[in-house]
Design a protein around this ligand. Structure first.
Ligand code: NAD
Ligand code: GLY
Length: 355
């Protein structure tokens, strides 16, 4: 069984396919209408899933780039390597770039596709839970700089997303848990019923029960597809998807992308945002406690790693993409399931919530 979720963007509309065994049951060569394809993947994913994708494209001229794994590789240098690979392939405008892996690979390969000859076709084959529910959908592509996360990038929508949930069987436990942070985000910002469903099915999800995983992924993708269709370039509503991210990105950057995983940093960031909302008198503290309880059940961090200074984190937050003319804007909530954009928050209150 699989589910098809449309992302409606006029002539750039596409579908997200979610189901078991999709990498073998889908006609992958139909996703590559031209002669050339560049497959981008990483060293953990390649031994598991690359051969199948390459075999399905055997009639095409295919080059593969296997990168080292991890956030520290989402760099301008790796982006340049992909540009060179496309040049080496002799790729013309009808090339298809395929991202086979997690969000790091998706963001990098997507940015390469956005830039090669000013934009070529791009297909997402996400293999982490986080990539299936968030990064593969919606067309945000980017690389990090030492000074800030995702600061260089482009909006460039994929032509298709194939989320084969069978690939989650090999995902390390910590990565599964990190993905659950972005799943519960959809409940936290706008769907209290989904949040309650996650509370009820936490054990099934941690046990990777296929029905629970497919349900959670499909609901998450529907939420994301709806927001992206209404606000593709983040002029308003899409900012809400950044709940916890301004805090989380500051933590990731301060740890030089080698500490908490992205999903873990977002988990902690959501809790900080919920606590800040309560401390500013905007939301009940009981809702922050309920969020904390589900994060703990998912084995996600709820305390700041040692050695991070509140002042340094606040400084990092100033480079957030939601800031306007130096004024920080954060996503807070009024209650669980009701997020909002808030400006002019006293900096002392933000520093205090880190302590
Ligand atoms: P990731 O890409 O680093 O993957 C996590 C780890 O799992 C890696 O070590 C990878 O090699 C391994 N892996 C992947 N699939 C596997 C599988 N099936 N079996 C075994 N191992 C597997 O990290 P991620 O959590 O997928 O993505 C995080 C990135 O996504 C961050 O850079 C973040 O900024 C980005 N992101 C982007 C968006 C967006 O809208 N573009 C949204 C959310 C997050
Ligand atoms: N992950 C946030 C967004 O896609 O907007």
């Amino acid at each position: 069984m699989s589910q098809t979720i449309p992302v409606s963007l006029g002539s750039r509309s596409y579908v997200v396919e979610v189901g078991e065994g999709l990498l073998s049951s889908t006609d992958l060569s139909a996703l590559v209408p031209g002669r050339h394809a560049l497959i981008v993947t990483d060293e953990n994913v390649a031994p598991l899933y690359l051969a199948g994708v390459q075999a399905a494209l055997s009639g095409k001229t295919v080059q593969t780039v296997v990168l080292p794994a991890g956030e520290q590789e989402k760099t301008l240098e790796r982006f340049a390597q992909l540009m060179q690979a496309l040049a080496g392939l002799g790729a013309s405008r009808d090339v298809t770039v395929i991202a086979l892996g997690g969000g790091v690979i998706g963001d990098l390969a997507g940015f390469a596709a956005a830039c090669w000859m000013r934009g070529v076709r791009f297909v997402q084959m996400p293999t982490t839970l986080l990539a299936m529910v968030d990064s593969s959908v919606g067309g945000k592509t980017a690389v990090d700089l030492p000074g800030g996360k995702n600061l260089v990038g482009a909006f460039h929508q994929p032509a298709a997303v194939i989320a084969d949930i069978s690939t989650l069987s090999t995902l390390p436990e910590r990565e599964l848990r990190a993905g659950l942070a972005e799943v519960l985000k959809y409940g936290a910002i706008g769907d209290p019923g989904f949040f309650a469903w996650l509370e009820a099915h936490a054990d099934d999800l941690l046990a990777r029960e296929p029905f629970a995983l497919e349900t959670a992924i499909a609901i998450s993708c529907r939420h994301k597809a709806g927001v992206v269709a209404r606000d593709e370039t983040e002029q308003g509503e899409r900012m809400l998807l950044n709940f916890g991210h301004t805090f989380g990105h500051a933590i990731e950057t301060e740890q030089a992308y080698g500490g908490l995983l992205h999903g873990e940093a977002v988990a902690l960031g959501m809790l900080l945002a919920a606590r800040l909302s309560a401390q500013l008198g905007r939301a009940p503290m009981a809702d922050a406690q309920r969020l904390q309880a589900l994060l703990e059940r998912f084995g996600l961090p709820t305390t700041l790693p040692l050695g991070l200074s509140a002042k340094a984190l606040l400084e990092r937050m100033r480079l957030d993409k939601k800031a306007v003319s130096g004024r920080l804007r954060l996503i807070l909530w009024r209650e669980l399931g009701h997020a909002e954009v808030v400006a002019d928050i006293p900096e002392a209150a933000i520093e205090a919530v880190f302590s």
